[in-house]
Design a protein around this ligand. Sequence first.
Ligand code: BG6
Length: 513
Amino acid sequence: MSTVAHTAPSPSQVKGQPAGPCAMIIFGASGDLTKRKLIPALYNLLQSHYLPSDFAVIGFAFDQMTTEQYRLKLAEDIHEFSEIQVTPDLWGWLEDRIYYLHGDFQDPADYQRLSQQLTEIDRKHNTGGNHLFYLATSPTFFAKITDQLGQAGLIAENDGQWRRVVIEKPFGHDYESSVALNRQISKVLKEKQIYRIDHYLGKETVQNLMIFRFSNGIFEPIWNRRYIDHVQITVAETVGVEQRGGYYETAGALRDMVPNHILQLVALTAMEPPISFGADAVRDEKAKVLHAIQPLDPDECKTCVVRGQYGPGVIDNKQVLGYRSEASVKPDSNTPTFAAMKMCIDSWRWAGVPFYLRTGKRMATRVTEVTIQFKEAPLMLFRDTPVDQLKPNLLVIQIQPEEGISLRFGAKVPGPNVNIGAVKMNFKYVDYFGSSPSTGYETLLYDCMTGDSTLFQRADMVEAGWSIVDPILKSWDEHAARDFPNYAAGTWGPKEADDLLERDGRHWRSTMI
Ligand code: BG6
C-alpha cells in the first residue's frame, strides 16, 4: 500500500461544486467497465474538482486479490485507459482511498464483511454513511445483489444518510423481464434510490439536445409537423462485436441499442418543454413520448423494420471477418448486427412525421447524429429559372465523433443566372469550448453522488422502451432471417434499409452534405 501522503486539490483551485461526502462500492470491480470507464471517470472528476474530498471506493468482486494488488492493477489500467495525463499526486490521492473486498455476490456473509468495512471507511474517510452501490456486473446479478444489500441492512437510509444503487444496462431483455426486474428491486429500493444508467445521457451533445431546443427561441416554433418533414437518427459503429460475442449473441443490434440509447435520442428530440429541469418534470415529458410511439403490428414488423448481419468486408483498408466468424458466435447465427425502422409518434406535435432510426456494427463510418429534415419551400417561384429542385433544409445534431450542429440551406451561386447551391453553417463544439476528454460517465457519477436523477431512466421509461421493441423481437423470433449475412462490413447496411426510405420518397442523409 502506498505510504506517501498525497494532497487533495486545494479549495482555491475548485471550479465547480464538489459532491458531498460518500463511499462508492463497485460490484464487478475487476471487470472491463471499472477499468475503462469508472476509475478514469473518477479520476477526471477529481481533476476537475467535482469529487468530494471525503471519498472512498470499495471494489467488490469474485477475484482473489488484496487491496494492495487491486491498487497496483488499477494504477496500470489508468495509464492505459485515461485520456488525460495522470499525475502521481492526484492518482496517489485517489489510490489511497481505494479498497478491495473479495466476495461472492450471493453470500450473505460477504455482505456482512462489506458492512463492517463500510463502517471503518466511513470513520477513516469521513464519508458520512452515504453509500453509492454501482452494479457493474452481469445483469443476472442485479436483483440478487439488491436483495442481499437489503437483507444486510445496507439500503436503509437513517439519520439523513443516503443509499443509492446504480444499475447498468441491459435492464431486462424484453418487456416482461424488465417489468419483473423492476418489481424485484422495488421490493428493496425506493424509486428515488434507483439510478438506471444509460451512458448516452452522459454525452455532452446528447444533453445539449434539450438545451439547444429550449434555450433558443427560434427553433421551438418550427419544431413540429407543420415544418418538419421527417427525422432520422443514425448510430453507426465501425467496430464489430470485439470480445463480446457471447453477450451479443443473446442481444443483437435491436436489444443492444434501441430500447435504451436510440429511444433516449428520440425522446429528447420529440419531447414537449418540461415545466422545469427537475428530474421528474424532464422524465415525465420523455416518458410521454415513449408512450406515444405506436407499437408495430405483425405486418408492420415486416414492412417497417429491417434487420441485417455483416459478412466479411473492408474497414479502414483492412479486411475484417464476417459476424459469423467472430469469437463466441455461432457459425449459423441468426443474430442481427444492424436494425433500421420507421416509427411514428402519435401526438399533436408529431402526427404524420416519420422517425427513421438505424444502428449497426461494422458500418462504413462511425457516426451518431440526429437529422431534422424540414419541408421544402414551394418551387413555383423558380419556374422560369434553371432551378428544377430545391434541397430541403437540414438541421443535423452531431453527437459523435464530431460534436456539433450544422444547418444546411440554399444560397445563390454567384453568376448571372439563378442557381442554388446547398451550403451549411457549422458549429463545432471544439471551436468554442475546446476539447475536454471524458469517458461520458463523469456527469452521471457526479449526479448519482448529488442525488440528481434527471439523466437516469425511471421504471416506467424502461418498460415503455421495451414495449416498443417487443413486437419486433417476437416477429424476428418467429421468422428467422434467411438472407444473413446481408451486408458487407464497411458498408451502410442491407439494401432494404435504403428501400425503407425510398418507398416514402426519401433517403438516408449521406454524411457528406
Ligand atoms: C453499448 C453497447 O451500450 O453502447 C455497445 O452495448 C455499443 O454494443 C456501445 O458499442 C456504443 O457506445 P458509444 O458510446 O461508443 O457510442
